[in-house]
Design a protein around this ligand. Structure first.
Ligand SMILES: N[C@@H](CCC(=O)N[C@@H](CS)C(=O)NCC(=O)O)C(=O)O
Length: 210
């Protein structure tokens, strides 16, 4: 039985990265195993063919928000979920918005075309990039405005919400459209740099050569 968290998935996936970030922020070593969505590794599988999957102390958990909350409660280290009800609601709000809207526009739209398509030997679909980049700019504006009055997404403290969005912004910043958009939003860029400089982020940074 694994005595430290084992995370199964793909290194570049933002959802997998969040699970790893939670372990790192808690100061807990973990093992990462590469497993493609739909794959089976050492008996571990995601019933809906996604990643990540967590295996820890003989149990498996899938769905990154569930994994993140579970690891935060189970592991020693600084809490990443606020006790205050409103701050907790803000955290859940931003996890949901990131997973349900921002991810689709930024990763599924812009990053998939600009970074993933060339890696697969395909050309970017410029019509998709133009449409999704416009939506991305609007969404980044909403985040930037909120961060003008809060240090982190849920308030004064770093929470799981920040650990869901920061990996998305990492990939966004590597696209020309994203990099340009972040120049328009210095508060958001500052927030991102603050997280990107943390030991946990650096220790879990996926290595990819574009
Ligand atoms: N709701 C899932 C989403 C996970 C997800 O979509 N992961 C992507 C990788 S970033 C995946 O497995 N994609 C495979 C597919 O869409 O078929 C979670 O939060 O864990």
């Amino acid at each position: 039985m694994a005595d430290r968290p084992q995370i199964f998935g793909i290194p570049t996936s933002t959802f997998c990265w969040t699970a790893r970030l939670v372990c790192a922020e808690k100061g807990q070593a973990h093992d990462f195993f590469e497993m493609i969505p739909g794959g089976v590794l050492d008996g571990v599988r995601h019933p809906f063919a996604r990643v990540p999957v967590l295996r820890f102390r003989g149990i498996t958990v899938y769905e990154s928000p569930a994994i993140a909350r579970y690891l935060d409660r189970e592991l020693a280290g600084p809490p990443l979920q606020p006790k205050d009800s409103l701050a907790l609601a803000r955290m859940d709000q931003w996890i949901s918005a990131t997973a349900d809207y921002l991810y689709d526009t930024m990763i599924g739209g812009v990053v998939a075309q600009r970074l993933v398509a060339p890696l697969d030997g395909r050309e970017a679909d410029e019509a998709i990039v133009a449409e999704q980049a416009a939506a991305m700019r609007e969404q980044l504006g909403v985040v930037d405005e909120m961060l003008c009055s809060n240090r982190y997404l849920a308030g004064a403290e770093l929470t799981l919400a920040d650990l869901f969005l920061a990996p998305v912004i990492h990939w966004v910043d590597k696209t020309p459209e994203g990099n340009e958009a972040l120049d328009v939003y210095p508060t958001l860029r500052r927030w991102f740099h603050g997280i990107a400089e943390r030991d946990a982020f650096q220790a879990t940074l996926p290595i990819v050569t574009f």
